[in-house]
Design a binder for this molecule. Structure first.
Ligand code: ARG
Length: 250
């Protein structure tokens, strides 16, 4: 009998451990959003507070939805796993919308469009063909890793937990190139004043926010809030502030 009761309790736990629906989030008054906080200028820590383009955008969307925000900071590679475990309501961390990830989560409409670009020291490899026989640094779990693996003849791909560590490996001369976001790359080139140069794009990608697979009610609200921000000037203002251009998908 005791066993039966325990089993039932476990079953109830299992079936109630579901992502919060829009109605539940709305009623609680606070949305839990996860990001990495180590991917400037998109999501980065400013002291103890997350900031950056995506953080400001998500804060604006939450405000528009009438919600307070509780930020959760996680290593990039854990973000989508934690979503599956209901640790937070959605993730905004520059995830490219890929068929592989779409098996695990649902994505909003894209909140920006970008690409993965090669960055190297002057005289280094500037494009896919030139990466032949070279060593490349990328952040683990990213579309950069997936795409560099497809480039024929690359000698070695070194993965780093953080994108900024991959950049540091390039600066320290431990790799021949770093592949990362084209906007992040532009910032690195600027910050390093001519010590690195940006080469070609290896691929383009659409970036979206992720909700737990099947959380259609939250997905709908996020898409509506994003559309509103894109039409009322909120998005354009933020994009201008961070990039000097409008990064929405055209
Ligand atoms: N856009 C790339 C991807 O989809 C990199 C994302 C990295 N994001 C981050 N917060 N470090 O994998």
């Amino acid at each position: 009998m005791k066993n039966v009761v325990l089993t039932l309790a476990a079953l109830t736990l299992l079936t109630t451990a579901q992502a919060r629906t829009w109605a539940e989030i709305k009623q609680s008054g606070t949305v839990k959003i996860a990001t990495e906080g180590a991917f400037p200028p998109f999501n980065v820590m400013k002291g103890k507070e997350p900031s950056g383009f995506e953080v400001e955008l998500a804060n604006a969307l939450a405000k528009q939805l009438g919600l307070k925000v509780q930020w959760v900071i996680q290593p990039f590679d854990n973000l989508l796993i934690g979503l599956g475990q209901d640790r937070y309501d959605f993730v905004i961390a520059s995830h490219g919308i890929t068929p592989e990830r779409q098996k695990a989560v649902d994505f909003t409409n894209p909140h920006y469009c970008t690409g993965g670009a090669v960055v190297t020291k002057p005289g280094g490899p500037m494009n896919a063909a030139a990466l032949k026989g070279k060593t490349v640094a990328v952040q683990v779990g990213t579309t950069y890793l997936e795409n560099v693996r497809k480039v024929p003849g690359v000698k070695d791909v070194k993965t780093f937990p953080k994108d900024t560590d991959a950049q540091a490996a390039l600066m320290a001369g431990r790799v021949d190139a770093w592949v990362g976001d084209k906007f992040t790359g532009l910032d690195l080139v600027k910050a390093q004043k001519g010590k690195v140069v940006q080469g070609s794009l290896l691929f383009n990608e659409k970036i979206g926010m992720a909700v737990k697979k099947g959380n259609a009610s939250l997905l709908k609200e996020l898409n509506a809030a994003l559309a509103k921000a894109m039409s009322d000037g909120t998005y354009a203002k933020l994009s201008g502030k961070y990039f000097g251009t409008d990064v929405r998908c055209k």
